[in-house]
Design a protein around this ligand. Structure first.
Ligand code: SF4
Length: 258
């Protein structure tokens, strides 16, 4: 076992406990092409001037209201196995259960874009400004995902700085509600992580408040541990197949490096 390794080990040097991530707005900056793509407007399609104007108004509003913050808490493999079990409602077999067992380090994380953005979206929709409400909602969802990606980077950089990771280490996030990890897993995750300290709470349906929040586990390890075939029974119902893009991006990173 590598020195200082936290996951599954007895040594717990420099482990991150309740580490707060103070994001800058640059960390979660909206991206026009990517946000339009989430709305079904591909890179080859030119949006109308009205839609482009709407986009920039929504981004201006977003940048004014966003209060991004996150929290990271390292956890051992046995501890995470208890979090992952949740209420016992996970699918019988899932990618994550094989991935986390091979991790070098694990950390629970939560991040939010803040209450003001979520409240503004709700207000716009309530007032009937559906176009702006929808555009702000798209931007906020995209930026919440960016906050999760920035948490991956934050964790990786910390591990690298402490000599607990190497060039081949990759960190990816996995969340309850996806790929066989039942949404009720949020309950145990919240018990361990306590993201209430940064203003994220959970309702009885396991929905996070503010709505534009993300949570899950950051899994650090060799690239190969994150690769899997998407032939689980629940994959037949999956409309996005986002795992394929993530796995593809890992091999691109390897190719570029070589
Ligand atoms: S195909 Fe969909 S459900 Fe299956 S692992 Fe990939 S993202 Fe998850």
């Amino acid at each position: 076992m590598a020195p200082g390794r936290a996951a599954g080990g007895k040594e717990k040097l420099n482990v991150m406990k309740n580490e707060i991530i103070n994001y800058s707005l640059l960390d979660i900056e909206p991206d026009r092409v990517a946000i339009f793509e989430t709305q079904g407007i591909g890179p080859g399609v030119k949006p109308s001037a009205r839609v482009i104007k709407l986009y920039y108004s929504a981004v201006e509003l977003f940048m004014k209201l966003a209060e991004p913050i996150g929290i990271i808490h390292e956890i051992s493999i046995p501890e995470f196995a208890r979090v992952y079990e949740g209420e016992g409602l996970n699918e019988a077999d899932t990618p994550l259960q094989h991935i986390f067992e091979q991790a070098s380090h694990l950390a629970l994380f939560g991040a939010t874009i803040g209450l003001q953005v979520s409240e503004k979206i709700a207000q716009l929709l309530e007032d009937g400004d559906l176009s702006m409400g929808y555009m702000l909602d798209s931007a906020a969802s995209f930026c919440a995902d960016k906050a999760a990606a920035a948490a991956e980077q934050f964790f990786l950089e910390s591990l690298l700085q402490e000599g607990r990771a190497g060039d081949s280490t990759v960190v990816l996030n996995y969340s309850p509600g996806y790929c066989g990890w039942h949404i009720s897993g949020q309950g145990k995750l919240f018990q361990y992580l306590k993201p209430q300290t940064i203003g994220i709470t959970l309702n009885k349906s396991y929905l996070m408040m503010p709505i534009k929040s993300v949570s899950g586990v950051l899994v650090a390890g060799e690239r190969k541990i994150h690769a899997f075939k998407n032939n689980y029974p629940f994959c037949k119902e999956c409309g996005t197949k986002t795992c394929r893009e993530r796995i593809k991006s890992l091999s691109v990173a390897v190719t570029k490096k070589n």
